[in-house]
Design a protein around this ligand. Structure first.
Ligand code: GLC
Length: 754
């Protein structure tokens, strides 16, 4: 080919390449172009409208505003003064409101419809703390996926979940909503739940936007008291609090929600260190931040803002993009921009983030994407959804004690007594965040026993609360009326085995439900002891939303099962475990204290300068209580027995550390074991926890089967953040530990070289 032809040919190749590849903007760029185009058409008022979220007048999940101006108003919708609503569900309701905005406002920008779909919508799954005890990331993702399918069917396109707050304090009522005390497991679960809610793509019909909350540090409320001061160092912030949020961000979570607490003396809603420096700059996060319910105006109570106008100024400038239920932005932002106290760029950036999500959800293509009457009729509480809820519920149950293998019971068990009001309670198993569940829609233990044709006699023993409302005030716990003890004790006396179902009612944990005591509420402990005195052959089933102090039970009761609040299929899951249809495989993700005085108590603590035990008194301990939890992080028994042997460490050519262990099922039935790998950095430039979870695998083994379980750690697993947020990996001596709980471990030392 002549030179000039070759040159011409090459030119065509290059131009062709350019036209083919260079002109195709990415989907992100396409969306950004759409956002910019729309933004350019918007008035300042319309932009501020997008930053305003109103509660629909159907339901409230926070203190309702009293001023008349604060109710969701028709004209606000028409003027485009609303960007999102919450607690409006139902295709008919959603469609009506969306039509006003789309058809009657000037630009017809569709609304986001948010709701707290925390662990299911109509089909209620186990509370998140229970699900975390399954250590089954696929099952947890599936749970969120089904919650999304049901939420999308009723018009919801945004859930205020997953809550990813790490907490070490069972007094805090919201531990039920999280994944326990460990940041590594919390990070894995955060990603699984984000993927479940958001699906393959936000444009899919059953995908809904997720929301990582509460950013950040909310779970460290002092004395476990909700909404209380948080005062933690940045070292704890970077190494314990932030990893689950970063994992959610890396998983593509569409939004963040900030929190009620202060951090370093600055309320999270106006904390630009959190929202701008870390989230939007360091992590380059492109989603938007919504305030928590009224968290903006509460800055006045914090003594951080003088009035609502200053709330608007401080929040917007600090990167809080949407105002939930403070009415600060809608009432003051325009003036603040005109006064030059909030730059228009701040508004444009916030609005761009909000519009971007609406484009990604496909709401501009079809504002009624989530208004499908057929889906609303056919996608809720389906047999498949119930089956999935049952599956993860069974996997969430933790066997805490089983002396003399009292469990599993035989279905032919004669003279079985069932005692405890929670055994027949069809509401409490739904947990606190059951917003849309139908009342009494859970399968109770007694329902499930009857369905399984297991004969039993029942006695309530003691009412838990006075009053029979759905939301009993926890101050009405029954601490006086023991009138039904006699009947329960008489039944126990004449029975072979007694199943006692005790714990908390469904509204005794959750938001605003902190407790100063962790013992069994009301007269339940007295009932348990009264029954024990006539018949010690007791299986204790706990239904609760937080770790409890059950020290007396651990000392006296032969079999104890942690059954949390397991949702719609609760009773069936419990029965299938108690009678051996399913071999319990759950492991605790939060330490159970011996007494509330030990709290906060957690496995991944620092050693202190005086670890013990020591012969004299001058070491870190109590004179009246052990340092050890009653049940540690990662603990859970099985109906079979597992043994660990032959821990091996081997450096790979890749530089990764291969850790292997032989796991054997020594018992007579198959079972699942959560193999946990921890490490301890023995000497570091900042003190490190005595152990940190760095890998786990849930393994099913047949009787007698042995499996080589292998993990690979890359060097980053050995690293940590310094107090400035810099990630560092330091060579040195490490202990590598593997076992079936944080306190039952094989150990080997490993030297990490440069
Ligand atoms: C509540 C909770 C938050 C929830 C929000 C909307 O106060 O703190 O988790 O998503 O308000 O209901």
């Amino acid at each position: 080919m002549k030179l000039n032809k070759r040159v011409t040919f090459l030119v065509f190749i290059v131009l062709g390449y350019q036209s083919t590849f260079a002109q195709k903007p990415s989907s992100v760029e396409v969306t950004d172009q759409k956002v910019s185009k729309l933004l350019a058409q918007m008035t300042l008022e319309e932009k501020i409208g997008q930053m305003n979220q109103y509660n629909g007048f159907w339901e409230s999940t926070g203190p309702l505003p009293q001023e008349e101006s604060a109710k969701l108003k028709y004209e606000h919708l028409k003027k485009g003064w609303v960007g999102a609503v919450l607690n409006v569900t139902g295709v008919d309701n959603v469609r009506r409101i969306q039509e006003i905005v789309v058809n009657e406002s000037r630009l017809g920008i569709p609304l986001l419809f948010g709701s707290d779909v925390i662990h299911g919508y109509k089909t209620i799954f186990p509370i998140p703390l229970a699900e975390s005890a399954s250590w089954d990331l696929k099952a947890i993702e599936q749970s969120a996926r089904i919650a999304a399918v049901e939420a999308a069917a009723v018009g919801i396109n945004w859930t205020f979940a997953p809550m990813v707050d790490i907490s070490r304090d069972a007094r805090w009522g919201r531990v039920m909503e999280g994944a326990g005390e460990d940041p590594f497991l919390g990070a894995k679960i955060a990603a699984a739940r984000v993927k479940g809610f958001q699906g393959e793509s936000l444009s899919f019909p059953t995908s809904i936007a997720a929301c990582a909350k509460h950013f950040a540090g909310y779970g460290f409320a002092e004395s476990g008291k909700d909404y209380n001061t948080v005062d933690i160092g940045t070292y704890t912030l970077y190494n314990t609090v932030l990893p689950p949020f970063k994992s959610a961000a890396d998983a593509g979570v569409a939004t963040f929600m900030n929190s009620f607490n202060v951090l370093n003396g600055v309320p999270a809603t106006a904390n630009s260190f959190l929202q701008r420096d870390i989230l939007k700059k360091k992590w380059a996060y492109r989603g938007f931040v919504v305030s928590d319910w009224g968290s903006g105006k509460e800055m006045i109570d914090h003594g951080f803002a003088a009035d609502l106008k200053q709330v608007a100024e401080l929040s917007a400038n600090a990167g809080s993009d949407m105002d939930m239920e403070s009415y600060a932005y809608i009432n003051h932002l325009k003036t603040l921009v005109e006064e030059g106290k909030v730059d228009l760029k701040v508004i444009d950036e916030a609005v761009s983030r909000i519009l971007r999500l609406k484009f990604e959800l496909g709401l501009f293509d079809n504002p009624y994407k989530y208004c499908n009457f057929k889906a609303e009729k056919s996608n809720l509480l389906t047999p498949e959804h119930r089956a999935a809820a049952l599956d993860v519920a069974k996997k969430s149950i933790v066997l805490l004690k089983n002396k003399n293998n009292l469990l599993p019971l035989k279905k032919s068990q004669k003279n079985l007594a069932v005692i405890g009001v929670l055994a027949s309670d069809k509401n409490s198993p739904l947990g606190n965040w059951r917003l849309a569940a139908t009342d009494s829609s859970a399968v109770s233990v007694t329902d499930a026993l009857s369905a399984a044709k297991i004969s039993y006699s029942y006695a309530k023993g003691v009412e838990l609360v006075y009053g029979k409302t759905n939301f009993p005030d926890e101050l009405s716990i029954n601490t006086k009326d023991s009138s039904e003890f006699a009947q329960a004790v008489a039944l126990a006396k004449q029975s072979e085995v007694v199943m006692m179902v005790l714990g908390e009612h469904g509204m005794q944990s959750g938001e605003g439900r902190s407790r100063a005591s962790l013992t069994l509420p009301g007269l339940q402990q007295q009932l348990l002891e009264a029954v024990y005195r006539v018949n010690p052959n007791i299986v204790l089933v706990l239904m609760n939303g937080r770790p409890l102090d059950i020290s007396w039970a651990d000392e006296h009761i032969p079999a104890i099962v942690e059954a949390w609040q397991l949702g719609t299929s609760s009773g069936t899951a419990i029965t299938q475990v108690l009678f051996g249809d399913y071999n319990p495989s759950g492991k605790l993700t939060m330490s159970f204290p011996r007494s509330v005085g030990q709290v906060p108590i957690y496995y991944n603590h620092f050693a202190s300068g005086r670890p013990g035990p020591k012969a004299e008194v001058f070491w870190s301990h109590y004179t009246d209580e052990s340092n050890k939890p009653l049940y540690p992080f990662g603990y859970g028994l099985s109906y079979t027995e597992f043994s660990y042997a032959d821990l091996q460490l081997e450096e790979q050519l890749s530089g990764k550390l291969k850790v292997s262990v032989k796991l054997t099922n020594k018992g007579g039935r198959s079972g699942e074991e959560v193999v946990q790998l921890f490490l301890h950095d023995q000497v570091a430039s900042q003190v490190r926890p005595v152990k940190e979870l760095k890998a786990f695998e849930k393994v099913l083994l047949a009787p007698g089967e042995t499996k080589l379980v292998v993990f690979e750690l890359d060097s980053t697993e050995f690293g940590f953040y310094d107090q400035y947020g810099k990630f560092i990996v330091e060579p040195g001596e490490f202990e590598i530990m593997v076992g079936g709980s944080s306190e039952d471990l094989l150990k080997k030392n490993w030297t990490l070289r440069k």
